[in-house]
Design a protein around this ligand. Structure first.
Ligand SMILES: Nc1nc2c(ncn2[C@@H]2O[C@H](COP(=O)(O)OP(=O)(O)O)[C@@H](O)[C@H]2O)c(=O)[nH]1
Ligand SMILES: [Mg+2]
Length: 720
């Protein structure tokens, strides 16, 4: 393969709702460029892009697949991304290493949830965007309606560069308002025949051309001048102008094709080659030290590894982008994250699973893959001498679906952990956490289907049978008023005895409260004499503040650490439900020692019991995690979604609308969110999406508190 220079490379993510025809389009692109000579079909499960067994099983893309297309002297690196929101992680990875998203829209259905979701992802990442209206040959295809919906949802930045002469089974021609030509295909597609625009379409073509030129001129004063003076513009001027406007997202051009019948593909490739920004034009990526790293082929080599897959018969395949420099096969580099040396003995450019073409040079801006590297993980940066970068610019969305996972055969638990960690390496939006607190192995992801896919792969590829369970809720305990208690631990058995007595006062802790002074319980006043203060930031959130206010040597200072340990025992396992306690302030103000029998364990036990007693008298409460939830939905589902939120103890915080969707912001307890993604999807017919983010701990309602206490008492009895 010829060595492509930085300005001959275009990186593009093919995104869009599932079923919009991305994989089929990718297949046509490969046909068009001669990479394959027989087309596979999604329905037969033999396309270049959907090849993992799990994808064949479910019938749609789960991973993004990379392909390259050599067209018109340029190399287009294209990622076919899964359409389902559950696999948004793949799209985020692809978009983060490409200079633009090409959003495929099904001409039959116009703007769908998947269109909205992917548009939102691209916008969040602030990436340039081009629409491709696809399936123009389909029975119900309707270009005008699709354009209207695009305008309604995304505004007048949406500007067609092409329009079809007829949609549906008669689709065979497109009017291209940049070339100002009609392109017509034979029944079997392929290369078009160019002709003049028929008179009946001349007005429409002029109208669209004016829009596209205005959009192109938007980011270029000289061009704007020419446009206003009505001087003719060359194709190159329009391309260059459009590329700049695409780059700053002031226009979303629209291209037309039918991937399935192979019509329009070559012109789409040609236009993508012209209007997708080059890596040198995009904002320079910033490394973790804050340095902008220009995409410069003559700088020292720096590679960013953004994706790892495990492929049958090959093993680990590591995908990287050349961030700077010119990479030659055989180079010795340093892994900046792991401190290890790595030789890139052989590298490839990749088209799905079938085509891996060895290359010996890749320049800045290009994307390649290496196999069987020694010690490279997803997210690592490899540098040559002279470069000291670490890249970490991919921001994955927070998880929104959680389950506890368990190997049916307990002896496979360790193996399961290892498999899960490997899965996380492949898809970083699968998060794995061994929760010490919940005593469960928690996996989280983007939705039910996302986790179902994980399970399928573990069971089918790794042959471990697993089961999902509801994750437990990480409750907390705290107190709402002050209380006092003392406890004497005394034991006289045989030889040396045990003796320790602790008196303490506890109260709710809030930031910025004044130092303790005087407390009153009944008729008795307790004046605190602060000798020492310990502030403990609890691992599980919140604080524990302990004051030593012991006077007259009632307890030796050497026993204080044991007393603190005793209190911590109960903070770790709260008296009400065994959950972590938080935000408590304790004054240890008195006690007793025995000259012989006092030891650390006695004081630890005395403190633990005194603290428990005081805690129970301090109007203790159970707290639950509450999440900020943002739901995006079509307005006709508003009623259903709102009443469902109320059923989940949700508190409505805000309502607004954007891009033709309603947005509800609410606060909802985690307990009520366990299967929210599934419920929401069924209420809205799959036309919604949501995000969730931990907000705070809040008191649970009284009935839930009593149920939790009762369940805890019962579980303790079971243990006894
Ligand atoms: N009529 C028509 N059908 C298409 C076209 N492209 C794809 N399809 C069909 O649409 C379905 C989804 O296609 P696929 O490529 O898997 O979509 P993806 O989920 O976006 O990758 C399949 O049944 C395809 O056969 C097209 O251009 N025209
Ligand atoms: Mg697909």
């Amino acid at each position: 393969m010829k060595v492509y220079q930085t300005n001959e490379i275009r990186n593009i993510s093919l995104i869009g709702g599932k079923g919009s025809g991305k994989t089929t389009l990718a297949e046509s692109i490969l046909m068009e460029c001669g990479v394959i000579n027989r087309r596979g079909s999604v329905n037969a499960g033999n396309t270049v892009c959907d090849y993992f067994p799990v994808e064949k099983e479910y019938g749609y893309s789960v991973f993004s697949t990379m392909l390259y297309a050599e067209y018109g002297g340029k190399k287009l690196n294209i990622f076919d991304c899964p359409g389902s929101d559950d696999f948004v992680g793949s799209a985020v990875t692809a978009l983060s290493v490409t200079e633009a998203g090409a959003l495929v829209v099904d001409a039959q259905y116009g703007v769908e949830v998947g269109t909205q979701n992917t548009f939102r992802t691209v916008s969040r990442l602030n990436k340039p965007l081009i629409f491709i209206i696809n399936k123009l040959d389909a029975e119900k295809a309707d270009f005008d309606n699709t354009i209207n919906q695009l305008h309604e949802a995304f505004g007048n930045k949406v500007v067609p560069a092409q329009f079809p002469v007829a949609c549906g089974p008669n689709f065979k021609s497109v009017i291209d308002v940049i070339a100002m030509k009609q392109l017509t295909w034979e029944k079997e597609g392929g290369k078009p025949v160019e002709s003049d625009i028929p008179a009946e379409f001349a007005d429409r073509a002029e109208e669209f051309r004016a829009q596209i030129i205005e959009a192109a001129a938007e980011s270029d004063e000289a061009l704007m001048e020419k446009f206003l003076m009505e001087e003719p513009l060359t194709d190159q001027e329009i391309h260059d102008g459009l590329r700049r406007s695409v780059l700053d997202r002031s226009v979303f051009p629209v291209l037309c094709c039918s991937g399935g019948s192979d019509k329009g593909i070559s012109r789409v490739l040609e236009l993508l080659g012209e209007i997708v920004p080059m890596a040198t034009e995009a904002p320079a990526p910033v490394d973790t030290a804050g340095e902008e790293v220009a995409c410069d082929a003559s700088a020292p080599v720096s590679l960013f590894f953004f994706k790892t897959t495990i492929e049958p018969h090959i093993g680990e395949v590591s995908y990287f982008k050349v961030m700077s420099g010119t990479l030659k096969a055989g180079m010795d580099l340093t892994n900046a994250n792991r401190g290890t040396k790595e030789r890139i003995a052989q590298m490839n450019v990749v088209c799905g699973q079938q085509v891996k073409t060895p290359v010996d040079t890749l320049v800045a801006g290009d994307i390649g893959a290496a196999v069987k590297l020694k010690d490279v993980r997803r997210g690592n940066t490899l540098n040559d001498k002279g470069a000291e970068h670490i890249f970490d610019f991919i921001e994955y969305p927070a998880p929104k679906f959680q389950r506890a996972i368990r190997a049916l055969n307990e002896s496979e638990t360790e193996k399961l952990s290892a498999v899960l960690n490997r899965m996380h390496e492949e898809d970083p939006t699968w998060l794995i956490e061994q929760s010490k607190e919940l005593k469960q192995l928690i996996v989280s992801g983007q939705g039910e289907f996302h986790l179902r896919t994980l399970k399928w792969r573990i069971e089918n590829n790794d042959k471990i049978q697993v089961e999902y369970e509801e994750p437990k809720i990480p409750y907390r305990e705290t107190i709402t008023k002050a209380a006092r208690a003392d406890y004497r631990h005394k034991k006289q058995s045989g030889g040396s005895g045990q003796f320790g007595e602790v008196h303490l006062i506890i109260e709710p802790y809030t930031d910025g409260m004044p130092e303790p002074d005087t407390y009153r319980f009944g008729n008795q006043e307790y004046k605190m004499n602060i000798k020492d203060k310990q502030e403990i930031d609890l691992e599980w959130g919140g604080k524990l503040i302990i004051y030593n206010c012991i006077v007259g040597g009632a307890i030796d200072a050497r026993f204080i650490p044991a007393i603190v340990k005793g209190i911590m025992d109960r903070m770790e396992q709260g008296p009400l439900t065994g959950s972590y306690a938080r935000d408590v302030r304790v004054c240890i103000y008195d006690g007793k020692m025995h000259p012989v029998d006092s030891n650390e364990i006695s004081f630890r036990l005395a403190a633990r019991n005194a603290f428990s007693m005081a805690f129970r008298n301090a109007a203790p409460k159970v707290l639950e995690p509450v999440y900020d939830v943002e739901v995006m939905l079509p307005s006709d589902s508003m009623g259903g979604v709102q009443s469902d939120l109320q059923g989940r103890r949700g508190i409505m915080m805000d309502m607004s609308s954007a891009n033709g969707l309603e947005i509800i912001k609410a606060r909802i307890p985690l307990k009520e969110l366990a299967s929210y993604s599934t419920a929401l999807s069924s209420i809205t017919g799959g036309r919604s999406s949501f995000t969730m983010k931990f907000s705070s701990y809040e008191l649970v309602p009284a009935d839930i508190q009593s149920a939790l206490l009762k369940a805890y008492e019962e579980s303790k009895q079971d243990e006894d």
